[in-house]
Design a protein around this ligand. Structure first.
Ligand code: 7TS
Length: 401
């Protein structure tokens, strides 16, 4: 990987040479090829898909459906198994509202964890409340990890759904998901996997994992905002009810009946997110070209270097020193995470502070929030240097008070 060459693909990095962008878990920057693909659609097409009976619309439809093909192959799914959504949150909610509300009954159990982003656990809290089911949490180990043994301790033949993250957006831990999926299937449960922090950073193969659903957002993998994916096994999607109704998803509508198009279209009511899908497909090609294994390895090496430098600074608590991905959660002792973040901003370091929409793990860590630095493939050792200088500056500044 030629990092400096890759960095040159990103207008924001070209225009802000001083910037250390370390908020990649919130959103990844966009390379030229993605911006150009979106612009190309608006500039040369800008028409609706599926409905138009004219050449421009046929071509736009081809581009949109070809995007679905590219994204399907990126995660080793079939074309019909890729539903376009607004993002991971909408995908995760779709599973809960469509599968959950129709398949969960009083007395059933749903398993989730304290490592979830709110978009993963909250929809199932709601399903359990509405349906009289029980939400169970996998006890985390002393490092805050999900282990297979701990998962077994809450799994039972009452378990119907496992709603779980692949990679935590606060701790950066990779869940031992293959074993968990296998165990869940043995008791007849399905697994809704939150891949928002996994798909941009590692090879994810839905067939190999055998997950039932996988949700992720385009914007975290160098794609546009407003586009996401719900992967679902075809036989599950075929048997699920749509939760939004209207244009494009309808088949036949009379005053007394309505039927829907086949999967995936029955879940895509209204004018689709055409430019978003085209941009996301371009992002998938771009990442594939770099190689997801290369990306994972490089990010791990960056975080290991940053953690070892961070450990040398007294008065810093690192919550996930042994994580396997590019996320570091920490606090400067006695400094509110938001106060720390403002000093980082003065040093042109973009990081995130707070609960990161994951209040359960924040409570588990017994803190009000954390400072989070998150790396991507375009980060450099220079960024780490700026980051460490930021930590030292924040520590020095607040030690005056
Ligand atoms: N799941 C995980 C694991 C996430 O990290 C996020 C977003 C979502 C779901 C929701 O994705 P969205 O695109 O629908 O918003 N996480 C973060 C974050 O950590 N900081 O900002 C957004």
């Amino acid at each position: 990987m030629d990092i400096l060459k890759l960095r040159n693909d990103f207008p924001v990095l070209r225009e802000n040479k001083e910037l250390a962008y370390l908020d990649n878990a919130a959103m990844a920057l966009k390379p030229d090829c993605v911006i150009n693909a979106v612009n190309n659609y608006y500039e040369h097409y800008g028409v609706n898909v599926h409905r138009g009976v004219y050449q421009l619309s046929y071509e736009a439809t081809d581009m949109y459906e070809e995007a679905r093909n590219t994204i399907a192959s990126f995660i080793n799914a079939s074309f019909e198994e890729v539903v376009f959504t607004r993002g991971a949150s909408q995908s995760l909610n779709l599973v809960a509202s469509s599968y959950g509300l129709h398949n969960i009954n009083p007395g059933d159990e749903v398993i989730t964890t304290e490592l979830e982003h709110h978009s993963s656990n909250m929809p199932w809290f709601n399903v359990c409340k509405v349906k009289g089911a029980t939400l169970k949490y996998v006890p985390l180990d002393s490092e805050g990890r999900i282990t297979v043994d701990a998962f077994k301790s809450v799994l039972s033949n009452k378990t119907k759904v496992v709603a779980i993250t692949y990679v935590s957006n606060v701790m950066g831990y990779v869940t031992p998901i293959k074993e968990i999926i296998k165990l869940a299937h043995e008791v007849g449960a399905i697994v809704s996997l939150d891949g928002a922090q996994a798909v941009p950073h590692m090879n994810v193969d839905v067939k190999d994992l055998d997950c039932d659903f996988l949700s992720f957002s385009g914007h975290k993998l160098c794609g546009p905002t407003g586009i996401g994916v719900l992967y679902g096994k075809k036989e599950l999607l075929d048997n699920m009810e749509p939760i939004e109704f209207g244009g494009d998803m309808a088949d036949t509508v009379t005053k007394t009946s309505q039927t829907y198009k086949a999967t995936p279209y029955k879940f895509e009511a209204g004018t689709p997110i055409i430019a978003g899908a085209i941009g996301l497909a371009e992002a998938c090609k771009y990442l594939k070209n770099i190689g997801l294994d290369n990306i994972a390895k490089y990010e791990k090496s960056l975080r290991d270097k940053a953690v070892s430098l961070l450990k040398e600074i007294d008065g810093v608590t690192i919550y996930n020193p042994n994580a396997e991905t590019g996320i570091i959660a920490f606090n400067i002792d006695g400094v509110h995470p938001h106060d720390a973040a403002s000093v980082f901003d003065d040093h042109k370091v973009c990081i995130r502070a707070g609960h990161h929409c994951a209040q359960l793990i924040t409570a588990w860590l017994n803190t009000i929030g954390t400072v989070r630095a998150s790396f991507y493939f375009y980060n450099t050792e220079e960024d780490i240097k700026k980051f460490i200088e930021g930590v030292k500056a924040a520590k020095d500044f607040f030690s005056q008070f």
